[in-house]
Design a protein around this ligand. Structure first.
Ligand code: FES
Length: 200
């Protein structure tokens, strides 16, 4: 079993475990953003970047495998990442407040995929507008839309989950679109809705 040191902890993990899983097993906190539990890691936001002895660049803890003698994080890197994460969270809140003015009372918003900023915005709007309705597409194959739908629903927001293929149809019921994959060209982008592409 891989055995590594993380800060002042020595940890043994199952082969194939990630550095993030190893860190969490000894209660070392590493912030994450694009990582979703039970989903394949994307390794795209790098908010979970860690310093690994012997590696020439920072590695995404959510995607990098824990290997024998390889992982030793430096506390100051973790602190820098946490500071960066806190700054990003502040920006997300500012975006949510700004986006509030774009979504009228009782709006029906359609979303594709998942974005932390979109989630925060809709939670923010939903707290102020109980009539808000959100239509989430499943966003296969990763099903990020299901995650967004579950989180919004658990916050008491009225959510409808639809198959991706239904997006073109449900856009007729929506007032606004939030599109979390700006590189995607699904059919909703062809619909004359106000669409806000949001990088994840
Ligand atoms: S959480 Fe985004 S790369 Fe790890």
């Amino acid at each position: 079993m891989p055995r590594l040191r993380i800060d002042n902890h020595t940890v043994e993990v199952e082969p194939g475990s990630t550095i993030l899983e190893a860190a969490r097993s000894v209660a070392v906190e590493i912030p994450t953003m694009c990582y979703l539990e039970d989903q394949l890691p994307r390794g795209s936001c790098m908010i979970c970047a860690v310093k690994v002895r012997g590696a020439s660049a920072l590695l995404p803890a959510c995607a990098a495998r824990a290997e024998d003698g390889l992982a030793e994080m430096r506390q100051q890197v973790a602190q820098a990442v946490q500071d960066f994460s806190a700054a990003l969270a502040g920006r997300s809140q500012a975006i949510a407040r700004k986006a509030r003015s774009l979504i009228p009372e009782g709006a029906v918003v359609v979303t594709h995929s998942h974005s932390g900023t979109v989630e925060e915005t809709l939670l923010f709007v939903g707290r102020q507008d109980p009539a808000l309705q959100v239509i989430c597409s499943e966003s296969r194959p990763m099903n990020e839309g299901k995650v967004l739908a579950a989180r919004l629903a658990s916050a008491g927001i009225s959510v409808t989950l639809v198959a991706d293929a239904a997006l073109g149809t449900v856009c007729h019921e929506a007032d606004h679109g939030e599109h979390a994959q700006s590189e995607c060209d699904c059919s909703c982008l062809a619909h004359p809705l106000p669409i806000w592409p949001v990088p994840i």
